[in-house]
Design a protein around this ligand. Structure first.
Ligand code: SAM
Length: 287
């Protein structure tokens, strides 16, 4: 497969490179904002699970437009954006980074400290665990991430502020909705056009009677926007010739880097020679 095949299969991956976004997810936040006007009046924002940083880029570009074009400096300087992730992330203008685990109390405390008693207007969380392919496990870990994000949000978000989070619509989703409903007067499930259809996108409602929760479902993003599940030709229009572009910001120290190094050097454990890779070192177990 050629290096341009992903550009064909995933139009938002390709557009992200063309527009200088670090990841295709940028379009999800932009499309959500089209519908919900999330950035209106926002001066302080938190981006949880932020790496490689496309949502932080969106926040930086949208909340600090004056600094970018060097016109009115002062008003944009008051804007505070904090990004948190397990992974290291390349710096972004106006974004303070915390490298940490959002399920740990120490990370939560660091975020809260950073706001120095002031409340955030917006918290976003695009957290996703490394997907195992076992749907129940993936969905459970995703839900735990969302609850950790909600925990932090309950400490930093101002009353009436907005919380945007990725959710897997699996069989326990209504339990999550009911937990969110405790803190927020309005809970909406929205699917931006740039978000791809997932195989676990099935709605189960396991709560019954007075506990049953129904939240509005909304598709957002202009109907004329690209369809994320379609394959497009490389030549999109007659005026602009297709050119392959590398990713805007390759990940720094990605978790798979070590595995790539081991595979390249033929150091991965093999079935017939009992060995194990532990903490960056190759240790051979003689059984
Ligand atoms: N919103 C990001 C963007 O637009 O570039 C993409 C986020 S990516 C889909 C999910 C991120 O969640 C990963 O970078 C991963 O490291 C992070 N993550 C997963 N579990 C986490 C945790 N417990 N604490 C902090 N970050 C976590």
């Amino acid at each position: 497969m050629g290096r341009s095949s992903k550009d064909k299969r995933d139009i938002y991956y390709r557009l992200a490179k063309e527009e200088g976004w670090r990841a295709r997810s940028a379009f999800k936040l932009l499309q959500l904002d089209e519908e919900f006007k999330l950035f209106k009046g926002v001066r302080r924002a938190v981006d949880l699970c932020a790496a490689p940083g496309s949502w932080s880029q969106v926040l930086s570009r949208k909340l600090r437009p004056f600094v970018r074009c060097c016109r009115v400096k002062e008003s944009s300087e008051e804007v505070k954006i904090v990004a948190v992730d397990l992974q290291a992330m390349a710096p972004l203008p106006g974004v303070t980074q915390i490298q940490g685990d959002i399920t740990k109390i120490s990370t939560a405390q660091e975020i809260i400290r950073h706001f120095e008693g002031q409340a955030a207007d917006l918290v976003v969380c695009d957290g996703a665990p490394d997907v195992t392919g076992l749907h129940d496990v993936d969905e459970y870990i995703q839900a735990q991430l969302l609850l950790a994000a909600l925990n932090i949000t309950s400490h930093v978000l101002k009353p009436g502020g907005n919380f945007v989070a990725k959710i897997f619509r699996g069989k326990d989703v209504t339990l999550l909705y009911s937990q969110l409903k405790i803190f927020f007067s309005t809970v909406t499930c929205a699917k931006p056009r740039s978000s791809r259809n997932s195989s676990i996108d099935v709605d189960f409602n396991q709560l019954e009677g007075p506990n049953r929760v129904i939240v509005p479902f909304l598709a957002c993003g202009d109907l004329s926007a690209f369809d994320s599940d379609r394959t497009y030709p490389l030549q999109l229009d007659s005026e602009k010739e297709y050119e392959y572009l590398p990713p805007t910001q390759p990940p720094i120290r990605p978790p798979y880097q070590q595995a790539c190094h081991l595979r390249k050097n033929n150091l991965l454990a093999k079935e017939d020679s009992p060995s194990a890779v532990l903490d960056g070192a190759l240790s051979t177990m003689n059984l």
